[in-house]
Structure formats: structure tokens, C-alpha cells
Design a protein around this ligand. Structure first.
Ligand code: FAD
Length: 501
């Protein structure tokens, strides 16, 4: 008889786990605290789905190539469903700057560098309908898990033996599955219950240093998305990062990521009028939010307390908890800016499916699972945390008009801006490799460690700005003081506050 699995949470990690475990032959029940999405259209689901279990469900989302390829290769019917519902594939070709587009010859492997995008509510709705059709898998909505039942063994390990919760009608229920998958997201209450049961979970936690602000728009009748011009639709000005997210059914969203220390700007950005003025100040975004082309269809959604976090469930090769497998944000959280959280959740879910199939021993399963997750994902996690630390310092320095970087910092900045950026804008093959790392199709920076690529970057760097002139990106947006003047914000208030603290 098939082993019984309970999955807590029907978000991205829960749905992906249901697919992986369902395909591996387990009998799967997914419990989720929220009501199901309305059985209507993506627009209605976006407007009306009460999905407070995912606080960020109305923030911009895109699936990186690693997840797109996983869906394409393992679940082609799901990909068809997503595309039929209006989800979009943004091809690698879109990433090629105008200046090197003429030399581009498509390759079949470029399909491994595509992004799958739409509103998160649409992605989740279609994934959920797909999961509901899988044999041996069921989703029970409106069920809030309230506690775990645990037993401690002589080796100090905790075995999870069951769970209980409240059904939609308020009645209490207990379940005794063979094992539990926790996909309850970043606030995962079970981690606290396990701590109360005596489990010591080591965790690393780092700030991302940013807040997220998202607004959704609809193209007006008869209007189309703007042509890809010379100004990028995403960029990083140090004091603000921005991006356009093309979505399904003639919608798109804009996300602004503002450093935590930019108090003036972050307070102002929740005002829809200010938000739109910021967008109109960026040449790559202005044609999108031009009132003749599109109209806003939501308020500005804000979100803070964004951290990176890695929870260690195995110590010195010994799993601390048995028959309990956390996936997704519950065990690893990352900065949303990199768009990797859903891919992390999907990869973990499938590694879990493999570990559960490879062994029936609870300890071996836990070891296999957590080791393979660390092997696959840790290099990307470390790289993101390190980039965040650099961005936090940059944001601090941008506040200070008197800041003068040291020689080492100037050289590094020049190597990135005048070497790496130029090489990737001038050479499509180099761009392919950089994007492969970005999409987690290969290890971070593997491309730069290859001597031929490093030499090519050095060549561009060494030959100087005059010869590279045509490869420099167009102006992506105003300097901080100019934008602040447009928005009538104080340029110095944040620095004064920081210095006084
Ligand atoms: C602002 C923002 C933008 C992001 N953008 C991207 C992006 O562009 N691309 C990307 O890949 N990732 C992105 N991410 C990350 C991504 O959204 C998360 O990594 C992903 O949602 C994690 O999935 P999960 O299943 O672990 O948690 P969630 O998707 O949060 O799902 C948790 C589920 O558990 C349920 N639940 C919680 N508690 C209980 C309980 N007690 N009982 C029953 N059910 C419960 C909830 O209702 C919910 O359905 C973003 C994150 C944020 C914050």
C-alpha cells in the first residue's frame, strides 16, 4: 500500500511537493488554511481570492528558467495549461541588448533560458487545478494545522507522528500519516512547535536590506506593450531598484525595491501618485505606465521584513527530526529580488521526492534530502547573501554626497561596469552564460572562472571606455537628488537620521 503523506500548505512549495510525491506513487493530502480560489477567471481570482496565507500573493512573480524547464520537461500538460490561461514565456532573445541583436543566431538551447511569467495568482490557480486532477492527490482547503504530535527517541531526535488542525466548519481533526511535508511558508508555525518540543534548529538569517512595492496595471483597449527600446525595463540605481513584470491577460506589474534606510522614499512610494511618478521618471518604465497606454488596477502593495534564512535540519550528518520534511520558504528564504524562491521550493520538492523513493529509512531519507538540497542550492544562497551585503553598503554610501570609495572599491566597480557588463552586452555567448547562472542552470560565476571568459572580460575592460562606448547601457534613471527633487522629498533627512542614531 502506498505511504501516506500530508503536505501542510498549498502554496508553490506545497503544490510542487504534491506533484513530485504524487508522481513518485505516494498517497498525498494537501491541507491549506485558506479557501480555494474562486472557480472563475484569472482576473476574478486576482481581485477576489482570499489568500492571506500568502501575504505576498499580489506581488510581482516570475519563474526562472530552472523552474520553467522543470515544468516543461516533467509536466508538459501543466505548461500547456499555464500558457492557455495567458501565462507567458519571455524568451532569452528579449534579454539581448539592441547593440548586439544583429549578431544573434538562435540556438535550441536558448529555450533553457526562458522565463515563465504571469500574476502569481494565475500561476498558483493553474498549478492548483493541475494538482487537483492528479491521481492519489487531494487538496483540502480551509484546514488550519494547529499542532504536531511528536515523540523523542534516545538519540535526542524528534519523530513527528501526527498532526491536528481545524477544519473549515470549525471541527477538530487529527491525522496520522507516514510522514509530513511542511510547505507552510515563511511563517511556518511548526518550526515553533518543534522548538517547544525541544528541537534546536540552528538558523542563519541575513537582512536583504530592501522593501518591496508593487502595483498592477492593465493595457488599455487597442494598446500593446511598448517595443523593447534601448532603455532597460529593470535596473538598479543604488537608492532604488525597479522592474516591469509582463503578466497574463494584458496585465503587467511594476515592482520598486527600496533600501530600508531610504525612509523618505519608502514612506512616499506607497502613495499611488508618487509610485507612478517614480515609474515615469525611469526611461525604460515610462512608456509602460504612460496613462494613454495603461491604467493602474491596484493599490500599491508594500512588503517589508524580507530576510534570507537557512534552517539547518541536520547536524554533523544526523537529522534532528524524522518524518518531517520542510520545503520552500519554511526552510530556506531568499531575497525576492532574485526571483528564486519558487525555483528553490520546486527543486527542494523534487529532491524530496527522490530521497523518499531512494530509501524507506526515516533517517536516511532526511539525510539524503537535506544533503542534496544543500548541494544544489547553497551556492546560490551564498551568492545572493553576498550580493545583498554589497547592495546594503552601496545604498548606505549613496545617501552620502561626500562618500569617496577607496581604490579597491573603485577598481571592483570598474571591473563590473566596464568589464563584465560590457562583455555581456557585446557578446551574446557571454550573455548566455551569465543568464544560465542567473537562472540557476549552472553554478553562480562558473562562467567567469573559465580562463577564456575571464580573458575576454579583461580584454573589454582593458581596451577602455572609448572603444567600448557603444556597449554602455543607456541612462536607466535619474540620480537620487534629481528624483528626490521631482518628488519634493528631502535629500538629506535620511543621512541626518542615520548620523544621529
Ligand atoms: C514580495 C515577494 C516577491 C517574490 N517574487 C518571487 C518571484 O518573482 N519568483 C520566485 O520564484 N519567487 C518569488 N518570491 C518567493 C516565493 O514567493 C516564495 O519563495 C514561495 O511562495 C515559497 O513557497 P512556499 O510554498 O514555501 O510558501 P507559500 O507560497 O507562502 O505558501 C504557504 C502556504 O501554506 C499555507 N499555510 C500556512 N500556514 C498554514 C497552516 N497552519 N495550516 C495550513 N496551511 C497553512 C498558506 O495558506 C499558503 O498557501 C517572492 C517573495 C516575496 C515575499
Amino acid at each position: 500500500m502506498a505511504e501516506k503523506a500530508i503536505i501542510i500548505g498549498a502554496g508553490i512549495g506545497g503544490l510542487m511537493s504534491a506533484m513530485a510525491l504524487g508522481h513518485a506513487g505516494f498517497d498525498v493530502t494537501v491541507l491549506d488554511r485558506d479557501p480555494p480560489p474562486p472557480d472563475t477567471s484569472p482576473d476574478d481570482v486576482f481581485e477576489n481570492w482570499q489568500h492571506s496565507g500568502v501575504g505576498h500573493v499580489r506581488h510581482s512573480h516570475a519563474f526562472l528558467a530552472r523552474l520553467y524547464v522543470l515544468i516543461r520537461d516533467k509536466y508538459p500538460e501543466l505548461l500547456d495549461d499555464l500558457l492557455s490561461a495567458g501565462c507567458r514565456i519571455l524568451p532569452f532573445e528579449n534579454m539581448i541588448p539592441e547593440v548586439s541583436r544583429a549578431g544573434f543566431t538562435p540556438r535550441p538551447s536558448d529555450d533553457n533560458l526562458n522565463i515563465l511569467t504571469s500574476r502569481r495568482t494565475t500561476l498558483e490557480l493553474i498549478m492548483r487545478r493541475f494538482v487537483e486532477r492528479l491521481p492519489h492527490v487531494r487538496i483540502e482547503p480551509g484546514v488550519k494545522v494547529r499542532s504536531l504530535e511528536t515523540r523523542r527517541n534516545g538519540a535526542g531526535q524528534i519523530t513527528v507522528t501526527g498532526l491536528s488542525g481545524d477544519l473549515a466548519d470549525g471541527t477538530k481533526q487529527e491525522w496520522r500519516p507516514d510522514f509530513i511535508v511542511d510547505a507552510s511558508g515563511k511563517n511556518a508555525p511548526a518550526m515553533d512547535w518543534l522548538k517547544e518540543a525541544g528541537l534546536e534548529i540552528e538558523e542563519e538569517s541575513e537582512p536583504t536590506g530592501i522593501l518591496y512595492f508593487t502595483r498592477h496595471y492593465r493595457l488599455r483597449d487597442g494598446q500593446n506593450e511598448p517595443d523593447r527600446g534601448s532603455s532597460p525595463t529593470s535596473g538598479d540605481l543604488g537608492y532604488i531598484k525597479f522592474g516591469i513584470f509582463p503578466a497574463d491577460n494584458r496585465r503587467f506589474s511594476v515592482t520598486l525595491a527600496i533600501p530600508e534606510i531610504e525612509m523618505e522614499l519608502r514612506k512616499a512610494a506607497v502613495d499611488p501618485a508618487v509610485f507612478d511618478r517614480i515609474c515615469l521618471s525611469m526611461p525604460g518604465m515610462a512608456p509602460w505606465v504612460d496613462p494613454d497606454r495603461s491604467e493602474p488596477v491596484s493599490r500599491v502593495f508594500g512588503m517589508g521584513e524580507l530576510i534570507s534564512r537557512w534552517r539547518h535540519m541536520v547536524k554533523d550528518g544526523q537529522p534532528k527530526v524524522l518524518n518531517y520534511f520542510p520545503v520552500g520558504d519554511c526552510v530556506i528564504r531568499t531575497n525576492p529580488l532574485y526571483g528564486r524562491g519558487c525555483s528553490f521550493a520546486a527543486i527542494s520538492a523534487h529532491l524530496l521526492g527522490e530521497a523518499l523513493t531512494a530509501s524507506s529509512d526515516p533517517a536516511a531519507r532526511a539525510r539524503l534530502y537535506h544533503e542534496s538540497v544543500a548541494r544544489e542550492l547553497r551556492p546560490f544562497y551564498d551568492s545572493m547573501v553576498s550580493q545583498d551585503q554589497t547592495a546594503i553598503k552601496r545604498a548606505r554610501n549613496t545617501l552620502d554626497p561626500d562618500y569617496r570609495p577607496r581604490l579597491k572599491a573603485r577598481l571592483l566597480k570598474s571591473f563590473i561596469e566596464d568589464g563584465i557588463v560590457i562583455a555581456t552586452r557585446a557578446d551574446v555567448n557571454m550573455l548566455r552564460r551569465v543568464m544560465a547562472a542567473f537562472h540557476m542552470m549552472e553554478a553562480p560565476n562558473a562562467w567567469l572562472k573559465e580562463p577564456a571568459n575571464f580573458a575576454r572580460v579583461l580584454m573589454y575592460w582593458a581596451r577602455g571606455k572609448w572603444l567600448n562606448a557603444k556597449y554602455y547601457p543607456a541612462n536607466i534613471g535619474p540620480e537620487r537628488d534629481r528624483l528626490f527633487a521631482t518628488l519634493e522629498l528631502s535629500v538629506n533627512a535620511d543621512l541626518q537620521r542615520l548620523n544621529a542614531a
